[in-house]
Design a protein around this ligand. Structure first.
Ligand SMILES: Cc1cc2nc3c(=O)[nH]c(=O)nc-3n(C[C@H](O)[C@H](O)[C@H](O)COP(=O)(O)O)c2cc1C
Length: 195
């Protein structure tokens, strides 16, 4: 089984999402597993005009330096393609996802590569993957009307064809940290552990 581990918290030791990501991986790691580690907090390039032009060009028409602009995006896409399971840690920052996660999404959405346009509308091309999303918030209740993070993550992954998504939220940590972690660990035990 190939696991893609994606973290995005800017915190290391103190991070709740990083802890939950490790607990999920431990729970699902039965038998032989390969883990690819992608830490978005180390930096993700922002989409720019040159990259966008390269995204929408035929590969044969691109010059060497334009092909190099595709490399970061190609690496992220390849990592997802090769993964059977993706374990994604995302804290809520300012009611949404960290900027690195949005930048990452902007490099993943490529017409003809990760999704295609059809007469019925866009169709995702990244199928047959299981995703666990470990989330954390200080005060925002998970899936509430002010939680723009989980909605964006669900919509974006579904757009790419990734529909089997399980959220593991440790939300409202500032209200009661023990209770929040308890709720998340119960989901890991009952949902993740039973797969
Ligand atoms: C820059 C920043 C912005 C945050 N914004 C919010 C927010 O809008 N709503 C909220 O409920 N918590 C917010 N928090 C709290 C985090 O979601 C919470 O501390 C969470 O545990 C961070 O994830 P981590 O422990 O994996 O680093 C914010 C924290 C940081 C550092």
């Amino acid at each position: 089984m190939n696991i893609l581990k994606i973290n995005s918290s800017v915190q290391q030791e103190a991070s709740v999402t990083r802890k939950l990501v490790e607990e999920i991986i431990t729970t699902i790691s039965k038998g032989e597993v390969t883990i690819v580690d992608r830490d978005l907090s180390k930096g993700v390039s922002l989409l720019n005009e040159q990259m966008l032009t390269a995204f929408f060009s035929n590969l044969e028409d691109l010059k060497e330096e334009q092909l190099m602009l595709l490399e970061e995006s190609n690496t992220y896409i390849q990592e997802i393609k090769e993964a059977d399971v993706i374990v994604f840690g995302v804290p809520i920052y300012n009611f949404s996802v960290p900027g690195s996660v949005k930048a990452y999404f902007d490099l993943l959405a490529r017409a003809g590569v990760t999704f295609k346009y059809t007469e019925q509308g866009p169709v995702g091309l990244m199928e047959n993957k299981k995703v666990y999303v470990a989330m954390a918030s200080g005060g925002v209740p998970f899936d509430s009307e002010v939680d723009f993070a989980s909605k964006l993550i669900r919509q974006f992954l579904t757009f790419l064809g990734i529909t089997d998504i399980t959220f593991v939220p440790a939300d409202q940590l500032m209200t009661n940290q023990e209770a929040a972690l308890g709720r998340a660990r119960k989901i890991i035990e009952e949902t993740v552990g039973s797969v």
